[in-house]
Write a protein that binds this ligand. Structure first.
Ligand code: ADP
Length: 339
């Protein structure tokens, strides 16, 4: 197939590089008709000579395909007519005659990823019931032996806090796998009274940590709602407020704001806690990424809170910005489009 891309020399290198990683290439003219392809594209898209001149929308079975691809940079495309279906990641390059559609077959890595997610979800699900039973019995033993010697009570307290940790971990893993697996269900979205939700969470939190001396400053715009999933949004808000509490020593201040500037809605949690050094910030939303593993475990962290926050934001078209200074404090800012 001729190289029809007209670009500067540096762009040419870039184009060659992209092509090296591509499995299939299709040529498309400005009228969005398919004009040529190489062998792999022929196999993947099941093309026959009669397909020449057909619209790309018909070939891939999706309307407005080129426009959507231009907006989103790349798309994942499922070809259902293949046995066991194939998943392609496709991108677009501009060229003199029109476009080149570059496709990479990502079926294998997709399947591996799904296998991993399924495994984690199944294990978590299986662990849930036995853990609940063990936790229940430990509580019962604590009630039965309240007047026993201190060493036995100490053992029971350790058992209780460790099973509590495992329960939290299993619940977070299950929530995360649900967020990764299932697209947001529009029927489950509703108008969520976020102002009220934040106020409730902060009250619950203050009650929970009464022995610690944190100062809460709330600046919540009343009746400012968000369209979304109430369970997911509660989890996002709780995780961020809980982190601020956990990583701020007694006597610190936690400032929580919820407001709109007319374009976006913002939820901001700012603390005067231990802070995070710059190199860790880009990795905070990875599963199990912790700046200080020991500290996180000691305070009951699962290492999944910010991964959950990231996924909930993705599902609500939101974005997270983290700014922090070691020893001074951190700010976690979520912005949501004002839809
Ligand atoms: P964890 O359960 O460990 O808190 P998260 O995913 O919620 O897991 O957070 C990941 C890591 O980010 C934490 O282990 C901690 O090192 C850091 N972190 C999160 N929030 C804060 C904060 N407000 N101040 C300082 N460090 C934080």
């Amino acid at each position: 197939m001729p190289d029809t891309v007209s670009k500067s020399p540096t762009d040419m290198n870039h184009v060659q590089l992209i092509k090296q990683f591509a499995d299939a290439i299709l040529l498309i003219n400005r009228q969005q008709q398919v004009t040529g392809w190489q062998k792999m594209a022929q196999e993947l898209f099941r093309l026959t000579p009669e397909d020449k001149g057909k619209s790309i929308d018909d070939i891939v079975g999706q309307p407005d395909f080129i426009n959507r691809l231009q907006v989103q940079n790349y798309l994942e495309l499922t070809l259902p007519y293949h046995r066991g279906k194939r998943i392609l990641r496709v991108g677009l390059l501009d060229c003199e005659e029109g476009y080149q559609l570059i496709a990479k077959d990502i079926t294998a890595s997709h399947e591996l990823d799904k296998l991993r997610q399924d495994f984690v979800a199944n294990v978590s699900h299986e662990l849930r019931t036995p853990l609940t039973v063990i936790h229940g019995y430990i509580e019962m033993l604590q009630d039965l032996y309240t007047n026993q010697d201190e060493s036995l009570l100490k053992i029971l307290r350790v058992l209780q806090s460790q099973t509590e940790r495992m329960k939290n971990l299993v619940e977070d893993l299950l929530l995360l796998s649900r967020l990764e697996h299932k697209p947001i269900n529009p029927q489950q979205t509703q108008t969520v009274a976020v102002s009220e939700l934040i106020t409730n969470i902060c009250h619950e939190m203050q009650h929970l940590i009464s022995q610690q001396q944190h100062k809460f400053l709330l600046d919540i715009t009343p009746n400012l709602n968000l369209r979304g999933d109430p369970v997911e949004l509660r989890s996002l808000l709780t995780n961020l407020v809980l982190n601020a509490v956990r990583y701020t020593p007694s006597g610190g201040t936690i400032e929580i704001r919820w407001f709109t500037d007319g374009h976006n809605k913002y939820f901001i949690v700012k603390d005067t806690g231990i802070g995070i050094s710059k190199e860790h910030i880009p990795r905070l939303t990875e599963r199990f990424y912790r700046v200080d593993k020991g500290r996180s475990r000691n305070i009951g962290g699962t290492g999944l809170g910010l991964a959950i926050v990231k996924h909930v934001l993705l599902r609500h078209q939101g974005q997270l910005t983290v700014t922090s200074e070691l020893g001074k404090g951190s700010e976690f800012k979520c912005s949501f489009p004002d839809l």
